[in-house]
Write a new protein. Sequence first.
Length: 222
Amino acid sequence: MTKRRKVSNMLGLAVLSAVIVKPMHPYEIASVLRERGKDRDMKIKWGSLYTVVRNLEKHGFLAVAGTVRDGAHPERTIYRITEAGRREYADWTRDLLAEPDREPPRFEAGLSVMGVIHPDEVAVLLRRRIDALEREIGGQREALAGCAGVPRLFLVEAEFDLAMREAEATWTRSLLEELVTDSFPGLSAWREWHETGRMPAEITALAEGTGPADRPGKEDPP
């Protein structure tokens, strides 16, 4: 089970990943994280950076290492990682690697309610998604090809993201194929609903939660 952490904002992990290299002030931390593309790997809200840094210090994961003044800029506080911070960084990483994450993505949410749209329009939208995915996949492959010489240790998250995008594109193409070839189960009832305005009985039953008891994830009432 994933642990409750004193600082649970994923930006906290990103901050620890930066300052473990050397002490930094928050502005430098943000610059380093952007250069590494951490905002693509993690959900980062940059507006909360200073709050997260203060919380990491409050809980003993960071400590003040000094201050620095750069020209006319205000004095900046430099933070270093503590031994507790190193342990938290490693433990947090272990959780992320070992524990499956079931936070539903936006696409999954859309799929769960797509019946509200005519299947022909869903097909158009899926084609648009596939086109966007193919552009992203092409760009990611090109970026990885340009990383020759970079140790794989620093590329595995990009490889994983590419694999997930490719898998999503493959699955989406198969769903589109079912729609355009009329092989999607219940497609005629779905069309009837949108073309006549009358919701077929089988769809009504599912919407009211009285459909087949063996639907995936459908638990028996207590």
